[in-house]
Design a protein around this ligand. Structure first.
Ligand code: SF4
Ligand code: SF4
Ligand code: SF4
Length: 299
């Protein structure tokens, strides 16, 4: 069934009218961003990582993603090109040249950083992303309208959109193994790492551990814990023997990154458009988009 423009404005109008009496902060489904002193994190020590990619395999297994055979992960030809997490892999390991004496390559695991002030959370206009008490930034498919603001806003280019899925594509990213970590378990990747290159613990303890390692072996590490301050702090942090900018970890200051939609929202406030109407309009557009995709496929 085709949607006419009239249908669209009718639906948007109904939604808008429904929200007209609602205070803006309620209509916004304000993003949840809990910053607990006890929040957890992971310290990635790239000087210990050997690029075995057991973490990639374990992550897929834990999330019901086709993982293939464990033997496939011994194939080091994957390191010929830089990879990014995507809908088929919530974490990937890349390899970089090491110009230091050891000559061994440097491997760097990449996944969501679980920022303390997540740009993806502030960008989401319907509160589909949230920072949980244990440090995890998670996505709620029931709230998501598919606008992809989070994809654009993330300073680490992490959230992926399932473009290959015609019906109800998801936003996909590392969820800090929330099913496990919210019940006191540890992330699957951390559990699988044979080199103990990944340490799970309270973020504040990990920062102490990271500085202790640097102080104990200053020739092996640069004096920088990546993620301690970047974009206001992240739950995942890194140690390395060379500058992080040479390991494809972007140079960011300590200020949190504003979400893309924050500027949009501020602009709209400036011109006195009530946020409730804006959310109703955007929600209507996204809802119709999803409905149109379904009807074209005869659903
Ligand atoms: S790395 Fe990106 S997706 Fe992950 S919490 Fe930060 S802003 Fe959100
Ligand atoms: S924390 Fe969980 S979801 Fe994130 S990379 Fe590790 S295994 Fe994957
Ligand atoms: S499992 Fe550990 S050692 Fe192996 S690639 Fe992942 S982080 Fe590196």
């Amino acid at each position: 069934m085709k949607q006419s423009r009239r249908d669209f404005f009718k639906i948007a109008g109904i939604i808008g009218a429904g929200l007209a009496g609602v205070k803006p902060e309620k209509a916004n489904a304000a993003p949840k961003n809990v910053i607990s002193d006890d929040r957890m994190g992971v310290l990635v020590d790239t000087t210990l990582c050997v690029g075995c990619r057991r973490c990639e395999y374990a992550c897929k297994e834990a999330h019901g993603i086709e993982a293939g055979s464990l033997d496939d992960y011994d194939d080091r030809s994957v390191f010929k090109k830089m990879r990014r997490p995507d809908a088929g892999a919530l974490t990937v390991v890349n390899e970089f040249e090491n110009d230091e004496a050891s000559g061994l390559p440097i491997n760097v695991k990449v996944q969501c950083m679980h920022c303390d002030h997540p740009a993806c959370v502030s960008a989401c206009i319907v509160g589909a992303l949230s920072k949980q008490e244990n440090g995890a930034v998670i996505w709620n498919g029931d709230k998501c309208i598919g606008c992809r603001y989070c994809v654009v806003a993330c300073p680490f280019q992490i959230p992926a959109f399932e473009y290959h899925k015609a019906i109800e594509p998801d936003i996909v990213k590392c969820d800090f193994c929330y099913e496990r970590t919210s019940k006191g378990g540890i992330p699957a990747c951390v559990e699988a790492c044979p080199m103990e290159a990944l340490t799970y613990g309270k973020r504040f303890d990990l920062i102490k551990l990271a500085h202790n390692r640097i102080n104990a072996d200053p020739d092996n590490y640069i004096d920088h814990v990546y993620g301690e301050h970047e974009v206001g702090g992240t739950s995942w942090m890194y140690l390395a023997s060379k500058d992080f900018s040479e390991l494809a970890l972007p140079e960011h200051g300590s200020e949190p990154m504003p979400g893309a939609s924050e500027s949009l929202q501020h602009g709209i406030f400036k011109y006195f458009i009530p946020p409730a109407s804006l959310y109703a309009l955007l929600g209507g557009i996204m809802w119709l988009g999803k409905k149109k995709e379904k009807s074209e496929l005869g659903e």
